[in-house]
Design a protein around this ligand. Structure first.
Ligand SMILES: *Cc1c(COP(=O)(O)O)cnc(C)c1O
Length: 379
């Protein structure tokens, strides 16, 4: 199944696509598995599985042996349930009161981060005669969501006293696990482990403890507790340029298109909106049917290279919403020739790290920007 803007998935006419390499993904899952030992793996599939397609990617990751799934929003969890996925799913983002009935209806695990939210969950679950599964989020330094570590014991007490709540897990999120400087991560981990002392101290069974994202799996093995939450590494991308690389990850993602138009422009001809590139000499210029409306960011105008015939060629002029131009010098190209925007062709490779550096962002944003207008193919 391929998801496109068209209702009918059988009509795939667009020459632009994201190709997902399932063999590479399986390799990455094996690497995470060997690093994490007996810890459970919660594969993070938020934001359309980092641009890889939520449903199919989730199904494949489960087939490859991950234990659970983590999403950002309720709607992503519901989509997975509607597609027939029965494994545990945690919604990592903040919960809002009127969503609780939907969490219960679809058996989605709730991130609980305050006494108020816990009360809302307990009330709705009691009225429905159901037991809500929650993971308590402890803020150990990210300052995004979560109960401050000094107040966590109160929330644990309240959760254990709530009849319609099952405390399935306790987690926290690391702000800098990908960084060269490890101090802040050490401090966050120490705070987290301190907070967890509550359970042995009160003779209560320990819930599933989890804090390790990709950066932590790579360079903080001491943070691999009962479960890990890798996201970007499953997709073969390291979370930062400086992160330690104790294992080889393989990119799972190729963004490609085809030449839709070919022309020769004379010296001095400006190309595209605002004429931001002018042919320095008579040149061959190709047009590609892909633009910033697909997530090929406009910031890449006059900066990115693409691959054609196994060679790099520069984007020429401003990237439009649906199209962009490439200067191929005096090389030859024909309509329908394959062009790679991210990925390998012949001996050459363009990585999403390279594009991220060119537009001053992180590879996460490059991947998640490529939107649902682009069909995904799985190979
Ligand atoms: C996104 C996210 C992850 C995964 O992060 P990566 O850096 O992609 O591994 C893990 N946990 C939480 C709470 C997240 O929001």
């Amino acid at each position: 199944m391929i998801h496109t803007v068209l209702e009918d998935d059988s009509i795939i006419l667009r020459p632009t696509s994201v190709e997902v390499d399932l063999k590479a993904m399986e390799h990455n899952v094996r690497q995470v598995r060997s690093r994490s030992g007996s810890a459970r793996i919660m594969a993070i599939v938020k934001a359309n599985a980092y641009g890889h397609g939520l449903l199919r990617t989730s199904q494949e990751l489960l087939r490859m042996g991950v234990d659970e799934l983590g999403v950002a929003f309720l709607e992503e969890g519901i989509a997975l349930r509607k597609a027939g996925i029965n494994e545990p799913i945690l919604v990592l983002g903040g919960m809002i009161g009127n969503q609780v009935t939907h969490y219960l209806e679809y058996d989605l695990q709730i991130t609980a981060s305050s006494l108020f939210k816990l009360q809302q969950i307990e009330e709705v679950a009691a009225a429905a005669g159901k037991k809500a599964k929650i993971h308590i989020k402890v803020d150990t330094g990210m300052r995004r969501i979560g109960i401050r570590e000094e107040n966590a014991a109160k929330l644990f007490d309240a959760a254990l006293a709530s009849e319609h709540v099952e405390l399935a897990g306790v987690f926290s999120h690391l702000a800098s696990s990908h960084a060269k400087d490890k101090d802040f991560t050490h401090r966050q981990l120490e705070r987290f482990l301190n907070v967890l002392e509550f359970f042995p101290r009160h003779g209560v069974p320990m819930p599933v403890r989890h804090i390790a994202n990709s950066g932590a799996v790579l360079q903080h093995p001491e943070s691999i507790l009962d479960m890990v939450r890798p996201g970007i590494m499953l997709y073969g991308v390291y979370p930062s340029p400086e992160v330690e690389r104790p294992m080889e990850l393989l990119p799972t993602f190729t963004f490609k298109t085809r030449v839709v138009f070919f022309k020769v422009v004379e010296q001095g001809n400006p190309i595209g909106y605002d004429g931001t590139w002018t042919a320095p000499k008579e040149s061959r210029v190709i047009t590609l049917p892909v633009g910033y409306g697909d997530g090929y960011m406009r910031a890449l105008s006059n900066k990115a290279d693409v691959l054609l015939g196994g060679k790099r060629h520069p984007v020429a002029g401003s990237i439009s919403m649906d199209q962009c131009m490439v200067n191929i010098g005096w090389d030859s190209a024909y309509v329908d020739d394959e062009v790679v925007l991210i990925g390998g062709q012949g001996e050459e490779t363009i990585t999403c790290e390279e594009l991220a550096a060119l537009c001053g962002t992180i590879p996460y944003e490059i991947l998640t920007n490529i939107n649902t207008r682009v069909p995904r193919r799985y190979v």
